[in-house]
Design a protein around this ligand. Structure first.
Ligand SMILES: [Zn+2]
Ligand SMILES: [Zn+2]
Length: 145
């Protein structure tokens, strides 16, 4: 069912393969994700399957005690968010070459979403407090950080 899929950044300097757990896309509206990606961060859960082919151009920003945000140093593409020491990766849905079958099913940090946009999709929504209660850091998947 789950198969490895290829992806990469805008300029092609960073290429990877990763295996999404399912086709569920989650949006994070937290202020850090929005600042980082210039919009809500749309991710798929790839657990520990991320394999970067050549990490010479991979930038790593330690955004909190528990998380790192990885991007292309050449073109700036936001690629994935990972939990330090956990092997857990949330990969940008838009970084994959193929997004067939993807569906937006959840939104987190909905309470931090600015008023100027709203998704019409029917999704499971959680506030930041609900996310932290459900997955206390550092386990928090898309938790702010
Ligand atoms: Zn690039
Ligand atoms: Zn976020």
């Amino acid at each position: 069912m789950a198969t490895a899929m290829s992806g990469g950044c805008l300029c092609g300097a960073v290429r990877f393969t990763a295996t999404p757990k399912d086709r569920d896309v989650g949006a994070c509206h937290c202020s850090m994700c929005r600042k980082w990606t210039a919009g809500p961060f749309m991710v798929v859960d790839c657990a520990d399957t991320m394999k970067v082919e050549n990490d010479a151009s991979l930038g790593v920003y330690r955004s909190s005690e528990w998380a790192e945000r990885c991007f292309c140093k050449q073109c700036g593409t936001a690629l994935f968010y990972r939990l330090v020491g956990k092997g857990q990766h949330y990969v940008s849905a838009e970084a994959f070459d193929d997004r067939a079958g993807y569906a937006l099913t959840s939104q987190v940090f909905i309470d931090e979403k600015p008023d100027y946009y709203d998704f019409a999709n029917k999704t499971h929504n959680m506030t930041g407090a609900e996310v932290f209660a459900a997955f206390a850091p550092p386990e928090a998947g898309q938790a702010k950080g």
